[in-house]
Design a protein around this ligand. Structure first.
Ligand SMILES: Nc1ncnc2c1ncn2[C@@H]1O[C@H](COP(=O)(O)OP(=O)(O)OP(=O)(O)O)[C@@H](O)[C@H]1O
Ligand SMILES: [Mg+2]
Length: 333
């Protein structure tokens, strides 16, 4: 009886995995080939559904001729790093088996290339006060741990309720990771801390430290990073475009200057911010992350072939972060 149950269970698992894989394959095919029948700004769509909007980019809700809805994010032609990041994050989730990321492809719509991601219908709004925290405490801990592992290894630093969807199935809540374009950024991080993300490069910084390790211990703060205060510190060593586009979010700038770049640790002074760190990893997850190697990563990032950001060093940094996780697990035994 036991054996029968086991065989039966594995048949069901095999069927459900195969069918969800088949569904994802169908979805990516549909996203690629179905005709677009309508396109509207995401902000007004969310508001019409009584949902909060917390985002800055050019995001559109698109309807395809087979009735499927999708989310199109358009980017400037000369900077498709975000779009590649979105697609690669989805490909990485397929390779690892976690986290849940809706199928995502590259597509040209109205002359603009961008990422096109399956729209996920939800009834819970993570941006309503208290909902995100409540959900984090309710969901299967393994699902949350896997999400944190993905965020850390792939350097998705832009985390939080604004980039999560919450679905509910059979009375159980699940997290869907959206807006994963942040993985395109180079970063330095120690497992257990928040990453320092490269936000600006300037040869005028003349750091002359190419042979040195990342100086975590030299991190500094600008508590009120108004453009005036930033200029007092960096003057013309940072380009004008940095000052034009710099967003303070009202938060102090916790930063390091290294290899002619400014590296920012987002959320540095936010108490209670959920770090992408866990020491609870299932055998299955450990096996999945061990599968990562340069060959696998090149496949994951194949959409970005030839793009500036995704250098061999960038790919090696992913493996280095994975090794940090494995070392931390060994040390915790
Ligand atoms: N696949 C999806 N399914 C359902 N809703 C989505 C999906 N992708 C995005 N959204 C909705 O659109 C909003 C904006 O998307 P997203 O966060 O990707 O935009 P963004 O401009 O890159 O954000 P940010 O300002 O954080 O960089 C999300 O907060 C969410 O409400
Ligand atoms: Mg977002």
């Amino acid at each position: 009886m036991k054996i029968f149950k086991l065989i039966f269970a594995s048949v069901i698992i095999a069927v459900s995995i195969t069918s969800s894989y088949a569904k994802a394959t169908n979805s990516t095919q549909d996203l690629k080939s179905c005709k677009i029948v309508s396109i509207k700004p995401m902000r007004s769509f969310l508001e019409s559904r009584g949902k909060k909007a917390d985002f800055e980019g050019a995001v559109f809700l698109v309807e395809l001729d087979n009735g499927i809805k999708a989310v199109f994010k358009s980017f400037p032609k000369d900077d498709l790093g975000d779009a590649y990041g979105e697609v690669a994050a989805y490909e990485a989730s397929v390779l690892l088996g976690f986290p849940s990321i809706p199928p995502t492809i590259l597509r040209k719509i109205n002359g603009q290339i961008g990422s096109l991601q399956l729209y996920v219908e939800t009834s819970i709004d993570p941006l309503e006060p208290g909902i995100f925290k409540e959900t984090i405490n309710e969901i299967d801990p393994e699902e949350l741990d896997n999400l944190k592992i993905f965020y850390f290894i792939f350097n998705q630093w832009d985390t939080g309720p604004h980039n999560i969807l919450i679905t509910e199935k059979n009375g159980r809540k699940h997290l869907i990771a959206i807006d994963n374009s942040g993985i395109k950024n180079h970063a330095h991080v120690k497992y257990g801390d928040l990453p320092f993300v490269r936000i600006c490069y300037s040869e005028k910084l003349k750091t002359n430290d190419w042979d040195k390790p990342f100086p975590f211990e030299q991190a500094r703060d600008i508590m009120d990073p108004s453009v005036d205060n930033l200029k007092k510190t960096f003057g013309n060593r940072l380009p004008n475009s940095f000052y034009e586009y710099y967003k303070a979010y009202g938060a102090p700038l916790h930063y390091v200057v290294y290899q002619n770049s400014l590296w920012r640790q987002y959320h540095a002074h936010e108490e209670g911010f959920m770090k992408s760190h866990t020491l609870n990893i299932s055998e299955k997850t450990r096996d999945s992350i061990k599968k990562l190697d340069l060959h696998a990563l090149k496949k994951v990032f194949s959409c970005a072939k030839g793009a500036d950001s995704f250098t061999p060093r960038y790919l090696e940094a992913i493996l280095e972060r994975r090794d940090q996780v494995l070392r931390a697990l060994r040390a915790n035994k």
